[in-house]
Ligand binder design. Structure first.
Ligand SMILES: [Zn+2]
Length: 259
């Protein structure tokens, strides 16, 4: 069975997951745009959230803040990124999450990308993952670590000695110019695994570099293309990161088409 669900807010994450018919839910623990330590969206903290999720039969995934960029050559970004990654791993483990999703990151245009890949290696040397850390492919940026197939291959080569998971985002792959529907299969041929799919249609065109999610059928990928790609991923969980209230229909559609 594939877990199918969506990204929820921090007001009442489990209640919201149930409302939209999700068997898995992704959330942030705190400000997704900030450098602050994680917080738990439940009156009884991490244990309360974990118990609520278990009771509702919802599998949780945690998405790390967007600012995290362990590849960065800038000390003032890379060092706090490692610290936050560490905090998020601990916090996600406490809530019983099945994985922590973190973006592949990037270096700036004058940097040597090799330094960025090596910074990923250094990050993995320092952390002690107590749950699967899933690196997500990104949509844009010329010197992103995990945007193109070549970049993902380079990253996987660099991290060969570590246990690393992969989160495949359909919108990002499309915007990065990886051909559909075979994109997921081509990524999986490199990584050997896709632990989670972020299932999103795309407002931006193919190869546009734009990270703008759309509800199914409201974007440029098209529903059949999207479903075919998701099926090729053969992932244990599929998560919509699409807008409310349409996300409930997106989840229902996935449930009717993905076994
Ligand atoms: Zn995503």
């Amino acid at each position: 069975m594939t877990f199918i669900g969506g990204h929820v807010g921090q007001e009442d994450p489990i209640g919201q997951a149930v409302e939209i018919g999700a068997d898995c839910a992704q959330l942030f623990l705190g400000d997704p745009q900030g450098w602050k330590a994680p917080t738990f969206p439940h009156p009884d903290g991490a244990a309360g959230l974990k118990a609520a999720a278990e009771e509702a039969g919802v599998r949780i995934y945690v998405h790390a803040p967007y600012l995290v960029n362990v590849a960065s050559t800038n000390n003032r970004i890379r060092i706090p990124s490692r610290k936050i990654l560490d905090q998020q791993i601990k916090a996600a483990t406490e809530v019983g999450a099945a994985g922590l999703i973190v973006h592949g990151g990037a270096v700036t245009k004058d940097d040597d990308p090799d330094v960025g890949y090596d910074n990923w290696r250094k990050a993995f040397e320092r952390i002690q993952p107590t749950l699967p850390v899933l690196i997500e492919n990104t949509a844009g940026g010329e010197k992103s670590m995990a945007r193109s197939l070549e970049g993902i291959a380079k990253l996987w080569d660099t991290l060969a000695d570590f246990e690393v998971g992969f989160c495949f985002d359909t919108c990002h792959a499309w915007a990065a110019g990886i051909e559909f529907p075979e994109a997921a299969a081509r990524v999986k041929a490199i990584t050997g695994r896709i632990d989670l799919v972020h299932a999103n249609d795309s407002q931006g065109d193919f190869d546009s570099g734009r990270d703008r999610h759309a509800n199914f059928g409201k974007g440029t990928i098209g529903v059949d293309n999207l479903i075919e790609c998701i099926q090729l991923a053969e992932a244990p969980a599929v998560m919509c990161e699409t807008a409310f209230p349409g996300i409930a229909a997106d989840i229902a559609l996935l449930k009717s088409r993905i076994s």
